[in-house]
Design a protein around this ligand. Sequence first.
Ligand SMILES: *Cc1c(COP(=O)(O)O)cnc(C)c1O
Length: 355
Amino acid sequence: MSTDLEIVKNTNLKAKPEKDQLPFGRTFTDHMFVMDYETGKGWYEPRIIPYEPITLDPAAMIFHYGQTVFEGLKAYRANDGILLFRPDKNLERLNLSSERLSIPPIDEERVMGYLKELIHLEQDWVPSTPGTSLYVRPYIIATEPNLSVAPSNTYKLMIILSPVGSYFSGGLTPVKISVEDKFTRAVKGGTGMAKTAGNYSSAYQAQAKAYKDGNADVLWLDGVEKRYIEEVGSMNIFFKINGEVVTPELNGSILHGITRMSVIELLKKWGIPVTERKVSIDELHQLSEKGQLEEAFGTGTAAVISPVGELNWAGEKMIINNHEIGELSQKLYDTITGIQTGKLEDSQNWTVTIK
Ligand SMILES: *Cc1c(COP(=O)(O)O)cnc(C)c1O
């Protein structure tokens, strides 16, 4: 147990949701983690307290210039405890995002200890139905009341937990994705590689356009030439072309996905060629015409692997694998979810057990 951690137990526990009633991110557990920061003092007063609204000054800097970062990971119920999937990578990335947003870094090991304590306390909230999990949302907000356009001198790190249902209620289903040719998500030198609020709200207009035509999400192109593939809303993207797997290289505007990293590591272990490089939409279109675009799938914590059955780009429809789940997509999904839930051997030591 982390000795400096204060725990205030909630005496008014909520009823757990029905297991088939777990809409994403709308139900929260009984407790939350909070820690404050002040320039000169550092991070202080780590505490687990009852989940409750917080009070902020209307001038708090988060409201005005969006100085904030977040993370997303999941806790899964396994036979001998609760498993987290590569949580060290999430805290490492939180610090990477913070650096970009001029937010002071956290001590990753210390926060890992608090995170485990919180999940241990809330373990009854980790659902057990296949496909379900407890979503973990760490985030930092700037709290100083000050309208200056400058980094805040005070922050709050919070961690909240939300039980979530299966992303694919009827099993893996290939989705339709719209290739966005007008709006831009990120450019090199911008904030695309940081998990920060503004990257997401600025995508809603493109999302709405995509949904209207029956697409599940947007595939972003590079902001300069609108030619090279970047990623999907909250997923990285992979293509299988003539037996080789290809994914856009990390170029400064793409999020460094932990599922992406895990897929690359697994493919290498399996001896399947995988290349990180620039992929243009024209190249994909030509391959699709020739029948050489064998599979496409998104990767991210929410869906793990999301097969793509159709890409819609400037009036062109590229149908992939006849709208069916590719063999490799299925194998990656089964392997990663198997490791996450303790059903398959974790030879890479990716999971952390909470007992
Ligand atoms: C979170 C996120 C991803 C996926 O990252 P994982 O670590 O695999 O969950 C990809 N793209 C964006 C824009 C994201 O926010």
